[in-house]
Design a binder for this molecule. Structure first.
Ligand code: NAD
Ligand code: MG
Length: 393
């Protein structure tokens, strides 16, 4: 039996890795839809190769360009556009698996649509969960969706937790989650050195090849903070029971510590095709294209405590979740705006953390956020506030 898959964000790093895994098992996976933001040329190539039923471009002009191109090349893929198009392909009856690989808040509505339609969701889009934690998890529960983490750390934790659905973290004897972090390209930089780092330096990650936004998040360790929040919602663990461990080799992808003294870890080469293949095929195992780990080549595994002073974004993530309410939404939106401005060379690297910290003192954190519209309105309000901070620089 084949699984029918929609890949949201198919032109990105997660999307391409997913297609690479599926290309090894075409008899078991049908592609129903591929989507992208504005890069119609890459999506056009993917459509000609994969012949999906639907292709969605968020951008209207790009959708028209894609449609023209596909018609010219005799490809029957139907082109949709906008967030409605994304939500449509995430919830089609024929689809059973949705890869949530859009970056940032833009992925929230389509990921939520997949949850509401009861799909198996391969969640990479951590920002969606950071913004809407309780609401998202409630939608998963209510609609019997299957939420499988493909973020490598969360996939590792998932693999180290008991298989039985009935046993939650609180009943399974789990003591603590050890969330590993590579430490990023600036792990050993001093506070003085951090002041002048460039976007080029920030996106050159030592172990992982990823999209630009998550690469900057890894450099600031905001990525790890967002992952603490992600783990809190995914596994129902108190954030005080989630400990970040800097592990520069990125071989252990995370660990679960149990009350009997056992610590379970998942190891592998740092390659997203492993967690993607795990979540695509569960409960089976399939070939992913990743080389087996050569433990003798690795030879040494090192661990350090994180430095909250040099990496204030990590501290701000713990603070935001403790503040509750709208704080995580404000944190995420402020970070997205600040990271985009840093990549555009409009602000300095160290401004990213200070703008997030400032946004967390703005009135946006006091807004009510029980509905999706309230969540989106805090996101928009924060973006406007942080746009002003950037303009003043
Ligand atoms: P990327 O920048 O490489 O790709 C992003 C994808 O989202 C592209 O297909 C792009 O067209 C689409 N997109 C961007 N803005 C959009 C918008 N406004 N509307 C619709 N689509 C839009 O990013 P990535 O590295 O693949 O990361 C995707 C998500 O996965 C992020 O949330 C990231 O945190 C998470 N993640 C990535 C990795 C990784 O190895 N790349 C690992 C763990 C988690
Ligand atoms: Mg990760």
């Amino acid at each position: 039996m084949s699984r029918v898959v929609s890949i949201l964000g198919s032109t990105g790093s997660i999307g391409k890795n997913t297609l690479d895994v599926i290309s090894r098992h075409t008899e078991h996976y049908d592609i129903m839809a591929l989507t992208a933001n504005t890069d119609y040329a890459t999506l056009a190539d993917q459509c000609l190769q994969w012949r999906p039923h639907y292709a969605v471009m968020s951008d209207e002009t790009a959708a028209q360009q894609l449609d023209d191109y596909l018609r010219k090349h005799g490809c029957e893929t139907q082109v949709l556009s906008g967030v409605q198009g994304l939500c449509q392909v995430a919830s089609l009856d024929e689809v059973d698996t949705v890869v949530a690989g859009i970056v940032g808040a833009a992925g929230l509505l389509p990921s939520l649509a997949a949850a509401e339609a009861g799909k198996r969701i391969l969640l990479a889009n951590k920002e969606a969960l950071v913004m809407s934690g309780q609401l998202f998890m409630d939608a998963v529960e209510k609609n019997s969706a299957e939420l499988l983490p493909v973020d490598s750390e969360h996939n590792a934790i998932f693999q180290c937790l008991p298989v039985a659905k009935s046993s939650t973290v609180s009943t399974a004897g789990v003591n603590k989650i050890l969330l590993t972090a590579s430490g990023g390209p600036f792990r050993t930089f001093s506070v003085e050195q951090l002041v002048s780092v460039t976007p080029e330096q920030a996106i050159a990650h030592p172990n992982w090849s990823m999209g630009p936004k998550i690469s900057v998040d890894s450099a600031t360790m905001m990525n790890k903070g967002l992952e603490v929040i992600e783990a809190h919602w995914l596994f129902g663990v108190d954030i005080d029971d989630i400990e970040v461990v800097v592990h520069p080799q990125s071989v252990i992808h995370s660990m679960v510590s149990y009350m009997d003294g056992s610590v379970l870890a998942q190891l592998g080469n740092p390659d997203m095709r492993t967690p993607i293949a795990h979540a695509l095929a569960l409960p089976e195992r399939i070939v992913s294209g990743v080389e087996p780990l050569d433990i003798f080549e690795v030879a040494r595994l090192e661990f350090e405590r994180p430095d909250f002073q040099r990496f204030p974004c990590l501290r701000l993530c713990y603070e935001a979740i403790r503040m509750g309410g709208a704080a995580s939404i404000v944190l995420n939106a402020a970070n997205e705006v600040a990271v985009a401005a840093f990549l555009d060379k409009r602000i300095a690297y160290t401004d990213i953390a200070s703008m997030i910290e400032q946004a967390l003192t703005s009135p946006a954190v006091d807004e009510d956020v029980t509905t999706i519209n309230e969540i989106l309105s805090v996101d928009a309000l924060t973006r406007a506030i942080v746009d002003e901070y950037v303009a003043r620089k």
